[in-house]
Design a protein around this ligand. Structure first.
Ligand code: ATP
Length: 325
């Protein structure tokens, strides 16, 4: 559905060159749900803008839904839907009128457009709001309307750029419920960007971790977490000497990647926490080292990012904010 080779985009700002995307090689199959995850300024939006023909690449090629973004941009646009970061509907118009006009803009006649809009309003739980003006909708309702706008022409591929940013958890969950239903019922391929790690973790079958314009990891969330972060075992001991001994015993286990004693706490990293924790507790007992507490934590995608870059996504976001970006 998407094939890119060496896709690159740089910007020239005040005599400086910003390399926003550096050589993106992508192969995304039809029917996938793929997330681009990365800190502010990583190049997610620029990638999406190139794939949706809104921004020409500096170099490289991209074929999206069977059409080349450079030589046949209108062929691409007919087959894709795009939800940008801003709102797409005018605030003084009625919800249903905005959608019907959008359908007409895609060449549907009035009857076809009305029928399709009715289906979309139902699918996105907007039917009760059809006669309201756009400006009176809540943030979550407005975002659902934006998604409906992107779907009027029934695209086979839907790009969502931060579809839930700024919404409360309830509205975020609502958006995902509807998007995934469309994916399931129509087989729509979904490519989205997000800052919310848990959204990428929960909804994407494939996560591309992006940093400084490059994809630095690309796999299913579970595989990324198992390979790049691992589980974390945290033991509490009675004193520092016990913590040091416990860390030494943990390091002796073949499946343990790292064990650090910090005051009376021991932090252990292993890909198989559930099987290693009982073994470790048994070994501690045999050696006469008492663990006062034991906790097993599964990794998050932030741990994956930390493992890859040495920074958390939050730290990266803070650094970008302080840079003034
Ligand atoms: N039109 C532009 N002119 C100059 N620089 C730009 C432009 N668009 C993007 N950039 C720069 O390119 C880099 C990548 O930006 P991009 O918006 O793609 O990142 P992002 O990962 O989507 O970030 P965010 O999560 O904040 O939306 C940043 O350094 C940004 O400042």
């Amino acid at each position: 559905m998407i094939h890119t080779r060496g896709l690159t985009r740089s910007f020239h700002v005040k005599g400086e060159t910003v390399e926003a995307v550096r050589g993106l090689d992508l192969d995304i199959e039809a029917g996938s749900v793929v997330a681009f995850l990365g800190p502010n300024g990583a190049g997610k939006t620029t990638s999406l803008r190139m794939l949706t023909t809104l921004l020409p690449p500096t170099s490289g090629t991209a074929v999206v839904a069977g059409h080349n973004v450079l030589t046949d941009p209108s062929g691409v646009r007919r087959r894709i839907g795009y939800l940008g970061q801003g709102n797409s509907a005018g605030s003084n118009f009625r919800v249903s009128d905005e959608l019907i006009t959008q359908g007409r803009a895609y060449g549907l006649n009035r009857t076809e457009s009305r029928a399709r809009v009715e289906r979309l309003l139902t699918a996105l739980a907007l039917e009760g709001l059809a006669k309201r003006t756009v400006g009176t909708l809540s943030g979550g309702q407005r975002r659902r309307l934006d998604i409906a706008m992107a779907l009027v022409h029934e695209p086979e591929l839907l790009f969502l750029d931060e579809p839930t940013t700024g919404l409360d958890p309830h509205s975020r969950a609502g958006i995902w419920k509807h998007v995934l239903r469309l994916h399931k019922e129509l087989g729509t391929t979904i490519v989205f960007t997000t800052h919310y790690l848990e959204e990428a973790d929960l909804w994407a079958r494939r996560v591309m971790v992006v940093d400084h314009g490059r994809v630095i990891a690309d796999d299913s969330p579970d595989k990324l977490k198992a390979d790049l972060a691992g589980d974390r075992i945290t033991l509490g001991t009675a004193d520092r000497a016990d913590a040091e001994r416990a860390a030494g015993l943990a390091r002796a286990l073949p499946a343990v990647h790292e064990a650090i004693a910090d005051d009376t706490e021991v932090r252990v990293r292993t890909p198989h926490g559930d099987t290693q924790l009982p073994v470790l507790l048994r070994n501690l007992e045999v050696a006469g080292v008492r663990a006062v507490t034991a906790r097993l934590t599964r990794p998050t995608l932030d741990d994956v990012f930390l493992g890859l870059t040495g920074r958390t996504l939050r730290e990266s976001a803070d650094a970008t904010t302080h840079d003034g970006a």
